[in-house]
Design a protein around this ligand. Structure first.
Ligand code: ZN
Length: 340
């Protein structure tokens, strides 16, 4: 009951990349870089285990960006051909690479890092991949013509990768879909279908992480436009509840998402975000337990996994360490209440 986990990313140590900066470049190159990534992953596995996190991950220490880490190893993308694109429905405009031909994996993308991570922990292991819709909202299309078609092509590649990672011993494969609360009609039209293609044939647990993003400026401005209650999930949760994805994550700490919306996920395991990643204040275990208790009004604790609201990459490392300790300690307090 109340198995704890983290959404995905954790801060990079200062020897690997500039701290407190989202998508910071690597400090070094070549073999030295590969060794530095491995060292960073080991540090985080140890921190998670010592904190008492049940389902651990490598904190995404092997990638700069949660989408590009996957795309960098995909053929059919022209990285020099930049296209200006308003991503997340024009929340921010960025120069993105362009798909110019059929996409294909050049080979294993995350196999090596998973082999390494799996060899260094006995705990259940989670691995995160970008979701097909979010990939398509992060890259321009000069080949497929329809976004849904491009999403299906990427879903096929994600499926190939996911099958390989499952065979290497990953217990939970999580697809990150922050685009899901922006394009609600597309989620129902083809977003969930693309996730199903990405998870086809997997026997491990599958999860989808939807969220309102890191605490960066563009997101903070966007959130101001969403009103006092964020009800975007209300439109997509009924469809997600019917989906073949096992776990759904949502933010519950300092969030304007009404907790009652969790009630729409009655057939799913729910990752309840009990750690605010947009604040540097470290929650107390009592605060974490209070969030879990509040969520328990709408989801049976047997189906609940206390988690962070989102990734913690941009936070100072000691803050993230404190937050995962409080997450585990708070879950332990709540577990006592529920007799687990
Ligand atoms: Zn997130």
């Amino acid at each position: 009951m109340l198995q704890t986990t983290i959404a995905g990313s954790l801060p990079k140590p200062s020897w690997l990349a500039e701290p407190e900066k989202l998508w910071a470049e690597w400090r070094t190159t070549g073999d030295e870089l590969e060794n530095a990534k491995r060292d960073a992953a080991l540090v985080w596995l140890k921190e998670e285990e010592d904190a008492g996190i049940d389902i651990v991950g490598n904190g995404e220490q092997f990638r700069v960006h949660f989408v590009h880490g996957f795309l960098e190893q995909v053929a059919g993308i022209d990285w020099a051909k930049k296209t200006k694109m308003g991503i997340r429905d024009n929340r921010y405009v960025v120069d993105v690479p362009t798909v110019t031909g059929p996409v294909a994996r050049r080979g294993s993308i995350h196999g090596e890092e998973v082999r390494f991570t799996r060899a260094h922990t006995e705990r259940k292991l989670k691995f995160t991949l970008p979701g097909p819709m979010t990939i398509c909202d992060t890259i321009a299309d000069a080949h497929y013509g329809k976004r849904a078609d491009m999403a299906m092509a990427f879903a096929e590649l994600l499926n190939q990768e996911a099958r390989e990672l499952e065979a290497l011993g990953v217990d939970v494969i999580q697809f990150d879909e922050p685009a899901f609360n922006v394009f609600m009609d597309d989620v129902k039209d083809w977003g969930i279908a693309a996730l199903h293609k990405a998870r086809e044939g997997l026997t491990c647990t599958t999860a989808v992480h939807i969220c309102y993003g890191y605490g960066i400026e563009a997101n903070i401005e966007w959130k101001k436009t969403l009103g006092s209650e964020w009800r975007q999930y209300e439109e997509i949760f009924p469809a997600l509840n019917k989906s073949r994805i096992d776990q759904v994550s949502l933010e519950c700490a300092n969030s304007k998402v009404p907790l009652s919306l969790i009630g729409l996920l009655k057939d799913k395991q729910v990752m309840v975000g009990a750690i605010d990643v947009a604040s540097q204040e470290i929650e107390t275990p009592e605060q974490v337990a209070a969030t879990i208790r509040a969520a328990a009004e709408f989801v049976d604790p047997a189906r609940m996994l206390p988690c962070t609201n989102c990734g913690m990459a941009p936070l100072p490392k000691p803050v993230a360490e404190g937050k995962i300790r409080s997450l585990a300690a708070g879950a332990a307090l709540a577990r006592k209440d529920f007799g687990g």
